[in-house]
Write a new protein. Structure first.
Length: 224
């Protein structure tokens, strides 16, 4: 069902972009009414109204920022469904519409949300839920100073005047190994055909996600 929702969001976004490219920028409410009341495919009627509306609003914002904005592709690295805060309750999105269906999560998610939420699908088929979480920064009474130098062998090297500290040494080595394996995999993909090539492309997409997660994890791990 989520895949159908993603397709509906992409379709409405592209229709809204196409309309604006032909007719110019108009108000987002007027744009929503035009697209929603147009001759949409029958399968679209089975998808929630709010997610289609939010996709149209995204198209309005994208065209307002740049008239050269691009259409959304089904081959994009990430595809997003945006929900209103009222669309999530009882620990799921549209509980009445999805009654009888279930999903598993690697981490616990809240039963309700006072903020808007999102579902993000990656090219490798993974799904991520996005919830806003209010945090309060803690004060730091430590007056110590450390100088940090980004490196190649390690993510960062620090010196506090007395000793050196290497940050992310093992992660850099793991990233190098994964990049080397990805290069080898891409070489084999170029020599493959048919179903085998498709499976290897999915594997390369998963591998890129692992590399990207490791790269993004280092700064957030040490500076948040």
């Amino acid at each position: 069902m989520w895949n159908k929702w993603v397709a509906a969001c992409r379709y409405c976004f592209n229709q809204a972009i196409a309309y604006q490219k032909e007719n110019g920028l108009i108000g987002k409410i007027k744009l929503r009414n035009i697209i929603m009341q147009s001759n949409l495919p029958e399968w679209m009627q089975e998808t929630p109204c709010h997610i289609r509306q939010n996709a149209i609003f995204d198209a309005h914002q994208a065209y307002k920022a740049s008239q050269d904005c691009k259409f959304r592709s089904c081959h994009a690295p990430r595809q997003t469904i945006k929900f209103n805060n009222s669309n999530f309750s009882q620990g799921r999105w549209y509980p009445k519409l999805t009654k009888g269906l279930d999903f598993k999560t690697s981490e616990s998610i809240p039963m309700k949300s006072i903020n808007a939420t999102q579902l993000v699908k990656t090219k490798s088929g993974e799904w991520f839920a996005v919830f806003l979480n209010e945090t309060h920064p803690k004060g730091n009474n430590n007056d110590g100073i450390i100088s940090l130098d980004p490196g190649v062998r390690s993510f960062l090297t620090g010196f506090d005047g007395q000793k050196f500290l290497e940050i992310g040494v093992q992660d850099i080595g793991k990233i190098n190994r994964l990049c080397s394996y990805l290069d080898n995999l891409m070489s084999r993909i170029s020599q493959s055909f048919g179903h085998k090539k498709a499976k290897m492309r999915k594997a390369s997409s998963r591998l890129r996600n692992r590399i990207r997660n490791l790269v993004d994890e280092n700064p957030s791990l040490y500076f948040n």
